[in-house]
Design a protein around this ligand. Sequence first.
Ligand code: UDP
Length: 240
Amino acid sequence: MSAQPAYKRILLKLSGEALMGELGFGISPPVTSFLANEIKAVVEAGVQVALVVGGGNIFRGEPLAKAGMDRITGDQMGMLATVINALALQDAIERSTGLQARVQSAIRINEVCEDFIRRKAVRHLEKGRVVVFAAGTGNPFFTTDSAAALRAIEIGADLMLKATKVDGIYTADPKKDPAATRYDTVTYDEALSRRLGVMDQTAMVLCRDNKMKLCVYDMDRPGALMKIVMGDRSFGTYVD
Ligand code: UDP
C-alpha cells in the first residue's frame, strides 16, 4: 500500500436503501452524515469523487407497476426519488464536511439542481467538488446501476464502487448458504454467466465492454472506502 491514492477519480454508487439506515423508509441523517465523512476522507487524500444514488428507499417503478400504476409514470417517480436522495447527500456533504457538492440531474429541474453536463461535471470534480448524479439515466426501464456504469464511463472514472451491505460478491447468498465463499476477483463474463446478482445485466455489459473496473464493498465498515482508494485490495470484490 502506497501513501498516494491508487485512483484519481472514482464513481461511488449508493442504493436508496443505503440511506435509510434503521428507518425502513426515507433518509436517515446519521447515515448521510457517516457517508459524507467517509467521502470527505478520500477527497482530502486527493481523489475526485462522483456519486450516483438510487431511489429504492422511496419509490421504484417496477413494484408501482405491479400494484397497478403505469410503468413509465412509476419509473419517473423512481427517478424523482433519486433527486430527493441526491439533495439529501448534497446537504449532508456540505454541512457535515465543509466540502462543496453539486447535484446534476438527468431530467431538467433547474430550480433545484444543475442539468447533467459532462464537461461541467468534470470541471466540478477537478475543483474538488463532489458531484452527485441524480435521476438515473433520465429514461424509464433503466436502473441507477446502469446510470452509475454510464456516468463512470462518461467521466473517465478509474474505478466504480458499489456500496452494499456485504463485503463483496459471494458464490451464493451468504445469509442463506453458510457454505458461500467470497470472490476476491471475478470477471464480468463469469458474473454474468453465473448470474451473481452484482448489478443488472445492462450495467455489467456496459462496464465490461468499456473496461470499467468495479469494486463491490461493505459501506458500513468505517474506513473501508479510504483503504480501497489507497490500493488495499483486501476489502471487497473486484470485477473486471
Ligand atoms: N429509474 C429509471 N431510470 C433510470 C434509473 C432509475 O426509471 O435510469 C427508476 C426506476 O423506477 C427505479 C427507480 O428509479 O426502480 C429507483 O432506482 P433504483 O431501483 O436503481 O434504485 P436503488 O435500487 O439503487 O435504490
